[in-house]
Write a protein that binds this ligand. Structure first.
Ligand SMILES: Cc1cc2nc3c(=O)[nH]c(=O)nc-3n(C[C@H](O)[C@H](O)[C@H](O)COP(=O)(O)OP(=O)(O)OC[C@H]3O[C@@H](n4cnc5c(N)ncnc54)[C@H](O)[C@@H]3O)c2cc1C
Length: 242
């Protein structure tokens, strides 16, 4: 509400990703953050799923705009959309239902503010910036903003100087993460095309999507994966030359 009332002063801007997503819960528990990509006759879906309590998981369904239109989701109720998603992901849900909490289809909003404070008002968290859910850092960013703000207030004798310090110190850090989130989101904006890749190429393209992990880092982190990926690339190269 504060930001909305002073949008011009904060230099507020917003744009939207084209993919659609709906945020569900489920009683199916997933041991780790994992994903399921499904190709259907009418288009491609993916789900990001992870456990958030001993007996519950988040289940975030995403599809590209063409798929969303092919299924006619614009004309469907929340219950009808949920039933379709349960059918699409039946094999991974193992008979567990999806649970809706006003789970409407949304486009991810990219929020940014050129100026982080105005008079005695200051922005933190999602009001200040959004970071795509595929890098799972929105909560961390919001909490770290709060920490940075408290530190700046403690370090400076007056509020204007403290707010300026908060923005100067925190902005470069946030910008770096938001850039990584944008690159990651771009990968998802094209995920039906990536699904046409061979398995190892698909996995490699997924892991390196945000640009924060290159082959050298991946080799150090997951030598077995890189060995498999490089063996598959060599086999493909040899096949192409044969
Ligand atoms: C689909 C999806 C999945 C996500 N998954 C993850 C994840 O796995 N990990 C992660 O770290 N982040 C994730 N996020 C992002 C995360 O939810 C947010 O970045 C985080 O909640 C931001 O915290 P916040 O305190 O800035 O804002 P919010 O959590 O939105 O809190 C703002 C609060 O202010 C209240 N409010 C608004 N207006 C007023 C008013 N006028 N008066 C009083 N109160 C008001 C709201 O009701 C709300 O409770 C996800 C986001 C989405 C959309």
């Amino acid at each position: 509400m504060v930001r909305r009332n002073f949008e011009g002063d904060f230099g507020f801007s917003i744009s939207y990703s084209t993919n659609k997503f709906a945020w569900y819960g489920t009683t199916k528990t997933f041991a780790t953050l994992s994903q399921t990509f499904v190709a259907t006759e009418l288009g491609a879906f993916n789900a990001h799923h992870y456990r958030y309590s001993p007996h519950m998981s988040t289940f975030l369904v995403e599809c590209d705009r063409a798929t969303w239109q092919a299924y006619g989701f614009a004309g469907k109720t929340i219950e009808e959309s949920k039933a379709i998603c349960e059918r699409v992901f039946a094999s991974v849900l193992d008979g567990h239902p999806l649970l809706s909490n006003k789970s409407v289809w949304r486009n991810f909003p990219w929020v940014w503010n050129a100026h982080w404070s105005h008079q005695n008002m200051v922005l933190i968290g999602d009001a200040l910036h959004s970071a795509h859910f595929s890098i799972g850092s929105g909560t961390r960013l919001a909490i770290e903003d709060a920490i940075a703000l408290v530190r700046a207030l403690e370090a400076e004798a007056d509020i204007p100087r403290a707010l300026a310090r908060y923005e100067a110190e925190r902005k470069p850090v946030v910008k770096k993460l938001v850039t990584a989130a944008r690159t990651s989101a771009d990968w998802y904006e094209n995920f039906p095309a990536h699904m046409k890749l061979d398995l190892m190429d698909f996995a490699h393209s997924y892991i390196t999507r945000s640009g924060r992990i290159d082959d050298a880092r991946l080799r150090a982190m997951s030598p077995n994966f890189m060995a498999r990926y490089e063996a598959a690339s060599r086999r493909d190269g040899a096949r192409r030359h044969a």
